[in-house]
Design a protein around this ligand. Structure first.
Ligand code: BGC
Length: 457
């Protein structure tokens, strides 16, 4: 079957995504304050191999080169995030004008090259000073965050149209405050539930602030999601899948659209109530211009008597012997279609795939990174976006995670997701075959999914 970018229409937003902590480096340059990730990654035993992101891709210094590369690759939209502690080193209080200047330069250069900047306000790097005051488990975070949003919108709102409030609240609250495997490394149900409720408040309050200051902006927020299916056709596995789906896919979207938390399908969430105050239910809701759907895989779950609270476990891709990436995430392109269908049911004005991509074991040979698997992964997932669009789902954009290889959180530099390879010792960039392909595809070159091998050069 052949398809091309033209079938998505002229208005469709093709792009690439990145996040401040994963690419910027310059962790203490020009007045930047430390974030929870600086502290976490610099604590032995927290990140694979002791990797840290003090320099990572050095985007802070190399932004012009990277944005110019994007332009050469004909990528029209760039999604990146703002480091809160670069703007407000203590999280609140005095503004670091050098930080404002940096993002101003990035935005201006994008605009100059005809690349539209899309900004995420929070991609997991809370100022360390705020974590010392309780971080996401302190209700005050709603005010702290509101203040940060206000500073950013006042500084950049007149030249950036698309804003995303949070990146994947389930991941930073779940991995960071329940499992302790991401910064700040805290554990426990109460930490998670408090963080989740305050993050849900922030996603709506942040959007309200953006719209109040710059009504012409398009505001959204991003949500991680996985297509959840039961392992066996048993009642117990089916019910486990419903609980996991409520947690993984519904926890942050449903309060936002005014449905409240999905407590009926995952009873543990009833314990959120202890953090909910009068008026919160209304404050949790906001009519977003778009939702950023971030999907990579599906999860197969079974009932488990050994995992209290959720009573479910994920059957890993490796164990199921199915194709998977270096993250051990199954390659299952239909999940993209299923997720777009699922989120379209919430009647959001627009859905944008703000992240999709894959980590594979890239090899350089004669200066070329011939990443056939990633190219195929992207083609197949984009095809599923088209399938959803052709069925009338209002999906208006697709962004690859990620533009360059970068710091993959607790996994360090091992999994590489980039369309562009980075040699972290020399900072040399090489556009991978997938990057060349993506640029050509955006420019109109069709994909023939039957003749895969001829597409890659
Ligand atoms: C995050 C990215 C991350 C990617 C791959 C998403 O969960 O937003 O920061 O690098 O997935 O794991």
């Amino acid at each position: 079957m052949e398809f091309n970018s033209g079938q998505f229409g002229d208005e469709f937003n093709w792009g690439v995504s990145a996040a401040a902590y994963q690419v910027e480096g310059a962790h203490d340059t020009d007045g930047k304050g430390p974030s929870i990730w600086d502290a976490f990654a610099n604590t032995p035993g927290r990140v694979f191999g002791g990797h840290q992101a003090n320099t990572t891709c050095d985007f802070y210094n190399l932004y012009a080169q990277d944005i110019a590369l994007m332009s050469i690759m004909k990528i029209p939209n760039f999604r990146f995030s703002i480091s809160w502690s670069r703007i407000l080193p203590n999280g609140t209080g005095a503004i670091n004008y050098k930080g404002i200047e940096f993002y101003d330069k990035v935005i201006n250069f994008c605009n100059e090259l005809g690349i539209e900047p899309w900004i995420t306000l929070y991609h997991w790097d809370l100022p360390l000073a705020l974590e010392k005051r309780g971080g996401w488990t302190n209700r005050e975070v709603v005010n702290w965050f509101g203040n940060f949003v206000e500073v950013c919108i006042k500084a950049f709102g007149h030249k950036v149209k698309h804003w995303m409030v949070l990146n994947e609240p389930l991941v930073f609250t779940g991995a960071g405050y329940f499992l302790g495997v991401h910064a700040p490394g805290r554990k426990g149900l109460n930490n998670f539930l408090a963080a989740a409720h305050y993050a849900a408040l922030c996603q709506a309050e942040g959007a309200r602030i953006i719209k109040a200051i710059q009504p012409g902006c398009k505001v959204g927020t991003t949500i991680s999601c996985s297509y959840i299916q039961p392992y066996r056709a048993t009642e117990a596995d089916h019910r486990a899948a419903i609980r996991v789906d409520a947690l993984v896919n519904r926890l942050f979207i449903e309060p936002l659209v005014g449905l409240g938390y999905p407590v009926n399908d995952f009873k543990t969430l009833q314990r959120l109530e202890q953090y909910v105050k009068d008026g919160d239910e209304q404050r949790l809701a906001f009519d977003m211009d778009f939702i950023g759907v971030q999907n990579y895989t599906r999860e197969i779950v079974s009932h488990s008597p050994f995992t209290p609270l959720i009573w479910a476990k994920i059957i890993e891709a490796k164990k199921r012997n199915v194709p998977h990436t270096t993250m051990n995430w199954e390659v299952y392109p239909e999940c993209m279609y299923e997720m777009l269908k699922k989120y379209s049911a919430y009647n959001i004005k627009e859905l944008v795939v703000t992240e999709n991509g894959a980590a594979f074991n890239d090899k350089i040979s004669d200066g070329i990174v011939h990443d056939v698997e990633r190219t195929q992964y992207l083609q197949k997932h984009i095809q599923q976006v088209l399938r959803a669009k052709n069925e009338g789902i209002n999906v208006t954009g697709y962004f690859v995670w990620s533009f360059t290889d970068n710091f993959e959180w607790a996994e360090g530099y091992v999994p590489t997701f980039g369309l562009v390879h980075v040699d972290f010792a020399t900072q040399k960039r090489i556009i991978k075959t997938s990057g060349n392909w993506y640029g050509k595809f955006i420019s109109g070159v069709p994909v023939n999914t039957l003749k895969q091998s001829s597409q890659f050069v």
